[in-house]
Design a protein around this ligand. Structure first.
Ligand code: PMP
Length: 354
């Protein structure tokens, strides 16, 4: 730290992204990326747009916003695009939380929520999940706080049904409820239609997972016009050109290529079922996942040891050194070949331990 770093960040602990090692070629099942390339149409649009990079991108994201509005069945002024969904989540912390309106979220969830609260000097409360990692709805009734819920949750993969999400939104009419749907396309039902009914609901999604565009950085929020206007105030006060030209063009292509998107989501869900049943045969307990990853444990091997042994054999998964999570590893669902290699290697590891 330099001697110039503001003291207001003394207690800030930055987010730790998953490992991106360069020492060897790994089968990468640790950062919930898609194993499939972006849609050919998305790639083509990005390539064409590259010739225009001398010009700033459109701060209003008109082309993308109107394509998304059509696809999602909402109005264009009910959507805001961002540089990855992380950016719009940060905007939501900035716009809807302060000393009088703290942020609340589960104790086990996406690690960035805590960082955004700390970064912005916002008081926050982490509400313990139940023993089985599910949410107790009573913890989220009539709270004078902005509520952040990842649905499905990470790293557990557990999905909260839409009627429960609606109860939370309904029970907090004086608070904004942010539902982070980064993984919603792998079997869950989106809360986006509920934004028509509730002016305190903001739904956040990303192109990083189901649309294979993690490297392009594209996310968005959907909510009533006034909530989106507030987020725009923050956006235009930080970085009006937050979505670059190539990403914007690729996003339109990705939205147009519906069959490619659906096919990839289906493949991930099929590979998830296969992986879960193979893991069960090997004595693993896997939480029911509606995401592109599974959270799994086996009494025969600690989470840390399993992670380290997989890594030594060229497969990266994610281990969280946190008391309630330490038995588990989180395994991204990749291609059928990658999952076959993961299961084969897991068998080998368990054999070697006998
Ligand atoms: N929300 C959740 C729950 C996530 O797991 C992630 C990805 N790490 C994000 C948001 C952010 O994704 P991105 O910024 O790539 O859109």
């Amino acid at each position: 730290m330099s001697r110039f770093f503001s003291a207001k960040y003394n207690t800030l602990t930055p987010y730790t992204p998953g490992e991106q090692p360069r020492d060897q070629q790994y089968i990468k099942l640790n950062t919930n990326e898609s194993p499939f390339p972006p849609s050919p149409l998305a790639q083509q649009r990005a390539q064409e747009e590259a010739a225009m990079l001398q010009l700033y991108s459109d701060p209003t994201c008109v082309s993308l916003t109107s394509a998304a509005a059509k696809a999602l069945g909402v109005a264009a002024d009910e959507i805001l695009f961002s540089n990855g969904s992380d950016e719009v989540l940060n905007f939501a912390f900035m716009a809807f939380c302060d000393a009088d309106t703290p942020a609340i979220f589960p104790d086990i969830t996406y690690g960035f929520y805590k960082v955004f609260a700390q970064l912005n000097g916002i008081p926050y409360e982490q509400i313990p999940l139940k023993e089985d990692f599910t949410i107790d709805l009573r913890d989220y009734a009539a709270r004078n706080a902005t509520i952040f819920i990842a649905n499905p949750n990470a790293p557990t993969g557990l999905y909260l049904s839409l009627d429960k999400i609606e109860q939370i939104v309904k029970n907090n009419p004086c608070s904004v409820v942010v539902i982070d749907e980064a993984y919603i396309d792998f079997g869950g039902e989106s809360a986006i239609p509920l934004t028509k009914k509730y002016d305190n609901l903001l739904v956040v999604q990303t192109f990083s997972k189901s649309r294979s565009m993690a490297g392009a950085r594209l996310g968005f929020a959907v909510g009533c016009k006034n909530l989106i206007q507030d987020l725009n105030t923050i956006k235009y006060s930080t970085n009006p050109y937050n979505v670059n030209r190539m990403t914007m063009a690729a996003g339109v292509g990705a939205l147009e290529d519906v069959d490619y998107f659906r096919g990839n989501c289906r493949a991930i869900m099929d590979n998830r079922s296969w992986t879960t049943s193979e893991l069960a045969k090997l004595g693993f307990t896997t939480l029911p996942s509606l995401t592109n990853f599974v959270f799994t444990k086996n009494e025969a091997i600690s989470g840390k040891e399993f992670y380290l042994k997989l890594k030594s054999k060229g497969i990266l998964v994610r281990h969280f050194d946190i008391p309630r999570l330490t038995d588990y590893v989180r395994v991204t669902i990749g291609s059928a070949e990658q999952m076959a290699a993961f299961i084969r290697t897991t068998k080998e590891i368990l054999e070697e331990m006998k």
